[in-house]
Design a protein around this ligand. Structure first.
Ligand SMILES: NC(=O)c1ccc[n+]([C@@H]2O[C@H](COP(=O)([O-])OP(=O)(O)OC[C@H]3O[C@@H](n4cnc5c(N)ncnc54)[C@H](OP(=O)(O)O)[C@@H]3O)[C@@H](O)[C@H]2O)c1
Length: 238
């Protein structure tokens, strides 16, 4: 039998935070990366990553009606190739501004699809396929502690994922562990116009490397499951 290999998968491992995590984990992990878009425009980045580690890419789009069969087929192809997935991180999620009074059925449905249905379907596909002792990790937001007024549907979706963490941990135990990360700003969209750094105890924003460290910790902590780590520089207590 072909020797099994140990890999990590990043769902949404192509842009922004997901890309920064891929760069970090490429130091010492083999990677499966997914994106909603075709990968051919990223050949230069993939070439540079491939010099450091082995990389497999898939296209998983929350809007694709064939998403579930596509994910299942891709997982089967990994198994057939002898890939042993030890850690899965569901990074993908959007941050739509949606103030109270402007909600519409379609805007809410789009927020639920991207920030709830997609992570749930990805978790359902990935969880049972992870190696024994493996860890399924989801990116949440400190909005689960204090919802954002202008991003309430987003905050509600992340609170839904927070409820998923212990539920899924029960469903997948004892074989696979489940951990959530409630993160403050780890990669801002712009320089800090609202002085968010001042609203933390540590007086700085987070970085992708702070998050990468927490993900490595969760992956390597065999007695940790069903819980959410808050990574916000103490912002909750400031
Ligand atoms: N950035 C922060 O400081 C911060 C703070 C708190 C929480 N978070 C959470 O961290 C995660 C990543 O944040 P980010 O700032 O990197 O997000 P972002 O810049 O808004 O990127 C969106 C992510 O979702 C994916 N995506 C977009 N449309 C998709 C679709 N139709 N189907 C599948 N995937 C799709 C994108 O990947 P592709 O374009 O490659 O498909 C990308 O990975 C999110 O879950 C976010 O809620 C981030």
């Amino acid at each position: 039998m072909e020797e099994k290999e140990s890999w990590w998968i990043l769902v949404g491992g192509r842009s922004r935070l997901g890309r920064a995590l891929a760069e970090s984990f490429a130091q010492d992990r083999k990677l499966v990366l997914t994106s909603s878009k075709p990968w051919n425009e990223e050949s230069r980045w993939l070439e540079s990553l491939s010099k450091r580690t082995r990389v497999q890419t898939f296209q998983w789009n929350a809007d694709d009606p064939e998403l579930v069969p596509t994910m299942m087929a891709d997982m089967k192809s990994l198994g057939d190739a002898g890939v042993r997935l030890e850690n899965a991180v569901i990074v993908a999620g959007t941050f739509p501004e949606s103030p109270f009074g402007e909600w519409t059925p379609s805007s809410l449905e789009a927020t639920w699809r991207m920030n709830l249905s997609f992570p749930l379907l990805a978790a359902q596909t990935l969880g049972p396929g992870l190696a024994a002792g493996g860890c399924l990790q989801l990116l949440l937001d400190t909005a689960i502690h204090k919802p954002f007024a202008k991003h309430m549907p987003y905050s509600i979706a992340k609170a839904g994922l927070a409820a998923l963490i212990p539920g899924l941990a029960k469903a997948l135990a004892p074989r696979v562990r489940v951990v959530g990360h409630a993160i403050g700003t780890a990669l801002p969209n712009s320089s800090d116009p609202f002085n968010l750094a001042d609203r933390t105890l540590l007086k700085r924003l987070g970085t992708p490397e702070d998050l990468a460290r927490a993900i490595r910790y969760a992956a390597a902590s065999p007695y940790l499951t069903g819980d959410i780590l808050t990574l916000d520089g103490g912002g909750r207590w400031a």
